[in-house]
Design a protein around this ligand. Structure first.
Ligand SMILES: Cc1ncc(COP(=O)(O)O)c(C=O)c1O
Length: 421
């Protein structure tokens, strides 16, 4: 849109009227506050439920009731091949070939499984570079992986922190650390978008830098997938994993996803832990000895697809296909810029936006760090029917999600802060 912003309700409503994505909010169910839809800014934590989930769930229950075990082949979406339903949609969202992605397990499980393939320290190459302040589950995963091989996390894990006085990481420090670690470096494992600050990293440059010293590059894309368009294949990322319950609206604990670049996924000799679902589909039911991996990321699957945990994912990916990541990103940039612009006029509350200012370094999230009164602001927002996210000790995270947030939502958020004494 890129028209000059105005701090009025009329302006916000006019933007909604010309927003081509506006009708998509009709496809979601909103929690209620005093008889009205809440203004939901928590899509970076748990996305809203697509309305079609109930219908699709019932359809699967009916097929189970009607066919029992034969549903594996006779259900309207045969369960034997259920995971195939996600390859094309996920590939479009993360910029991959369809064989490079798979919907399976959950995020931390996938991180561990992929590290078992991509973190196999030997010959003095055992270090991992990660961001300081990564999501705790990632920290625990990496600590235990290095311990499993007998290393001390304090030595094996190099954390990159913001410089003194800064809130976000200077990317130059990542590249310097990679170069300094050199041939002791096994892996660079970063979040695509940091969950706390909302900083989005240059995944391509990190990957190139890791490869230059002979290390792999992998990413936790929990806060990037469905938020920012990605090109994992072209960027030559080695592996990535994500959850689907944030921007991908696939429900609490919904099925996770994984990407493995085809140079590894199509190499049957590349190590992966095996289960029958990763075996070549044409021989899977011959019940023979000897694992023969199918091609691609799907060969990392172990168990048969958890169909009921994938239904919301299907509903959501269908919406993403119709909206398209390009349009979503365009609106997302404008909506977040509008929020930032409005907030910049508020001077009577003591907060700073710790998310990077440039749109290339962030997605649909602003993190507001309150020097004081944070909890009070959060409570006022809640009382006004605005759902935001409180992170101890002092941060409010807000995600204007382009699929269902409006300019009016953003204006309403600003108005609560503006009207506080
Ligand atoms: C960045 C990040 N990593 C890991 C996780 C853990 O995800 P899961 O419980 O699906 O393993 C989360 C959850 O919100 C997250 O935000």
């Amino acid at each position: 849109m890129n028209v000059p912003f105005e701090a009025t309700l009329e302006f916000a409503q006019a933007q909604d009227q010309i927003d081509i994505l506006f009708p998509f909010r009709e496809r979601f169910l909103f929690p209620q506050h005093e008889g009205k839809d809440v203004r939901y800014f928590c899509g970076n934590s748990l996305g809203l439920q697509p309305k079609s989930v109930g219908y699709l769930m019932q359809r699967e229950l009916d097929d189970w009731a009607a066919h029992g075990v034969e549903g594996h082949t006779r259900a309207r979406s045969p369960w034997l091949y259920y995971h195939h339903n996600f390859s094309e949609g996920l590939a479009r969202i993360v910029g991959a070939e369809k064989d490079e992605v798979v919907a399976m397990n959950t995020l931390t499980v996938n991180l561990h499984l992929l590290m078992l393939s991509f973190y196999r320290p030997k010959n003095g190459r055992y270090k991992i570079i990660m961001e300081a302040g990564a999501f705790p589950s990632d920290q625990y995963a990496l600590e235990t992986q290095v311990k499993m091989y007998g290393y001390d996390p304090a030595d094996a894990i190099i954390e990159i922190a913001p410089r003194e006085g800064a809130y976000t990481i200077d990317e130059a420090d990542i590249y310097k650390a990679i170069e300094a670690a050199g041939d002791s470096l096994a892996l660079v494992l970063f979040g695509g978008v940091n969950y706390y600050t909302g900083q989005y990293f240059d995944l391509e440059k990190i990957t190139t830098a890791a490869h230059a010293v002979g290390a792999y590059a992998g990413f936790d894309l929990a806060h990037a997938v469905g938020n920012i368009p990605l090109q994992l294949h072209d960027w030559k990322v080695d592996f990535a994993c994500w959850c689907s319950y944030k921007y991908l609206n696939s429900g609490p604990g919904g099925v996770g996803g994984a990407f493995v670049h085809e140079v590894h996924g199509n190499n049957p000799e590349f190590f992966r832990l095996a289960g029958w679902w990763g075996n070549d589909e044409s021989t899977r039911f011959q019940m023979k000895k000897g694992f023969y991996p199918q091609t691609g990321a799907a060969s990392w699957q172990m168990s048969n697809a958890p169909v009921f945990n994938m239904i919301a994912h299907r509903a959501s990916l269908d919406i993403f296909d119709k909206a398209g990541m390009k349009s979503l990103r365009e609106k997302s940039i404008d909506l977040t810029n509008y929020l930032e612009w409005l907030l910049s006029s508020i001077t009577h509350l003591p907060f700073v936006i710790i998310t990077p200012k440039t749109q290339e370094q962030r997605g649909a999230q602003l993190s507001l760090l309150f020097l004081e009164r944070g909890r009070e602001v959060f409570d006022q927002l809640t009382a006004a029917g605005i759902v935001a996210d409180w992170r101890e000790p002092d941060v409010i995270r807000i995600a204007p999600v382009p699929l269902y947030n409006t300019y009016e939502d953003v204006y309403a958020f600003y108005e609560v802060l503006k009207n506080m004494q």
